[in-house]
Design a binder for this molecule. Structure first.
Ligand SMILES: C[S@@+](CC[C@H](N)C(=O)[O-])C[C@H]1O[C@@H](n2cnc3c(N)ncnc32)[C@H](O)[C@@H]1O
Length: 261
């Protein structure tokens, strides 16, 4: 915890200016100003916010299954949907960011690693409702809960794949091409994180955007984030402290930005 506080203070200290000073690429300038910092123009559909708020009060008990790194919040055998959504899902603010990215980027496919109860999936899917979204969840109880949430909103392009992350990702990778958005939010350990993102970066696509959650969650995650940014495929990285965004587009000059979000 002390390490995270220290990192947050350092993050604030090394911030870039919010309005895009020092950003020379028009593409990046638009991304920062119209997508990251413009909640007013691209607003999340109200049914998504309503579902998210309802689930914050849902007392359904869902069995825990040990996968990836243990949660910081609760290590008992069951956990309510409300506790999961409040502590382990994206917040409304970050959900809205996922929605804006998905809408602006206009991907041909969305990949999500770690569906949880489907909250982040809903934000991503509602930004691009006509493209396939494939989301992987290892806990079968969470996966079936997420499927019900998705079915309630009639999101026919959103598919939850229940299974171990690396196995399910291996099955999906051959079908990923073109422009894709990936959200990496499961199994927060160094080696698996590096391995998943490596696979995504090796896809022979036109252009991609990879969002990573919890980049300062632990020293391991921070190490993974820094290493991923050092790879040549990662052209631009944007560190928002809670999330990190990697843009894969060969014509962008290599750069790393930090913003207070
Ligand atoms: C932080 S939660 C995802 C929350 C979700 N993205 C949201 O914002 O609503 C991470 C999820 O990844 C899943 N997970 C962790 N390790 C995994 C693994 N090795 N294989 C499959 N799923 C895994 C967990 O079961 C958990 O539901």
């Amino acid at each position: 915890m002390i390490w995270r506080i220290r990192k947050y203070i350092q993050h604030l200290f090394y911030l870039h200016y919010r309005k895009g000073h020092g950003i020379h690429s028009p593409y990046l300038f638009e991304f920062v100003n119209k997508v990251i910092f413009n909640g007013a123009e691209l607003t999340v559909p109200p049914e998504i916010i309503r579902t998210h708020r309802e689930l914050k009060k849902d007392r359904t008990q869902i069995p825990e299954v040990k996968l990836g790194a243990a949660s910081h919040v609760n290590s008992t055998g069951e956990r309510s949907a409300a506790s999961f959504v409040r502590h382990s899902s994206v917040s409304e603010k970050y959900g809205a960011l996922l929605y804006r990215i998905s809408r602006w980027f206009e991907p041909e496919m969305i990949i999500e690693l770690g569906s949880g109860l489907g909250i982040s999936s809903l934000y991503l899917a509602s930004g691009s409702p006509h493209v396939p979204l494939h989301s992987i969840e290892g806990n079968p109880h969470r996966a079936s809960f997420a499927e019900k949430v998705v079915a309630g909103l009639k999101m026919e392009m959103l598919n939850i794949h229940q299974g171990e992350m690396d196995e399910e990702l291996n099955k999906l990778i051959p079908h990923v091409r073109g422009r894709f958005v990936a959200f990496v939010d499961g199994n927060h350990r160094y080696e698996p994180t590096i391995a998943y993102v490596r696979k995504l970066m090796e896809v022979d696509g036109d252009e991609a955007l990879i969002i990573m959650d919890d980049i300062y969650w632990s020293k391991e995650m921070f190490k993974a984030w820094n290493e991923l940014n050092s790879w040549p495929e990662s052209r631009v990285s944007i560190d928002l402290y809670q999330m990190g965004i990697i843009l894969l587009r060969r014509d962008l000059a290599k750069a790393n930005f930090k913003f207070k979000f």
